[in-house]
Design a protein around this ligand. Sequence first.
Ligand SMILES: NC(=O)c1ccc[n+]([C@@H]2O[C@H](COP(=O)([O-])OP(=O)(O)OC[C@H]3O[C@@H](n4cnc5c(N)ncnc54)[C@H](O)[C@@H]3O)[C@@H](O)[C@H]2O)c1
Length: 333
Amino acid sequence: MRVLVVGGAGYIGSHTARLLASQGHEPVIFDNLRTGHASVSRLLGLPFIHEDLASGPERLAQVLSDQKIDAVMHFAAFALVEESVHHPAKYYSNNLVATFNLLEAMRQSGVNRFIFSSTCATYGDPIATPMDENHPQSPVNPYGRSKLMVERMLKDYSSAYGLRFASLRYFNAAGSSPDGLLGEQHDPETHLIPLCLLALLGRRNKITIFGTDYDTPDGTCIRDYIHVDDLAEAHILALEKITERSEPLILNLGSEHGYSVREVITSVERVTGQKAPIVEGARRPGDPPSLVASAGLARAVLKWRPRYRVLDEIVATAYIWFKKGGRYDDSLS
Ligand SMILES: NC(=O)c1ccc[n+]([C@@H]2O[C@H](COP(=O)([O-])OP(=O)(O)OC[C@H]3O[C@@H](n4cnc5c(N)ncnc54)[C@H](O)[C@@H]3O)[C@@H](O)[C@H]2O)c1
């Protein structure tokens, strides 16, 4: 299948584009490089369209027909929770309006398969854990609300226009390609595993633990980490599933294991053999104590079997990337 990978120069999109190509599909990367990396398409040897979703439905429809696209995977978004609180317009514009442009382009050009990067942030504060797909959706920040609004839009497009879609609600994506070709490079970096590795490699001074008095076994927040290649695999399975049957898919993607911040730091110390420079800080507003997925539905419906079951294995792949420098060389592209 010829798949437009929107946001394919970013972290999760690049790993998915690579897996698509390795399974015989034809991914075409579409990215404005706002937070993505020009070298991804060169490293993967894949076609690249350097453009912004803001260019509007007509132009995007032209891209879909010029490129003979069969399906769209949509990873492009801004994803910094705190920034979304201070700059909601930026989030509604890039996460909601830009997605509307893309869906309109698909409608105009008759492309009707769509895989959407949603998030556990659409649930808001957990009232039960682990969280399944029926957990109430009451997001507590504009980032989560922008993603929830897209989920609602997808349902409406599906009922009225026959769009076939999957909304995949990821928990915490982590890890890198085990051969170190692709990895995680966000600026600013806000994710715990890269932050720990950067500190251990001397590229940051310290790791701050935000809150040590939560009602959890060691007092720190608990999160569910899922390897980026396992996420990529689920996207391809979801695409196959919506091709085979028209019902929308709404699925959590997580490992179903919760690790506290202290457990993650200990895992990074074990994998690297080094002691992390830790500082204990106050809680951050809006951080729920525990976010753990129930992902039984994805396993049952997609026959999805995440390969990375243990946090140390995920951290080990991230370490390969950071030991190699943890940066793309975009100057060559
Ligand atoms: N990383 C996680 O743990 C996580 C968890 C839940 C959900 N998500 C969602 O997954 C998706 C991918 O996350 P990521 O960590 O790979 O982010 P990322 O920033 O690495 O990738 C996003 C890519 O989209 C591109 N992009 C953004 N706006 C664009 C636009 N208007 N036009 C064209 N390209 C544009 C960026 O340049 C970047 O390459 C996001 O939608 C995010 O909300 C991520």
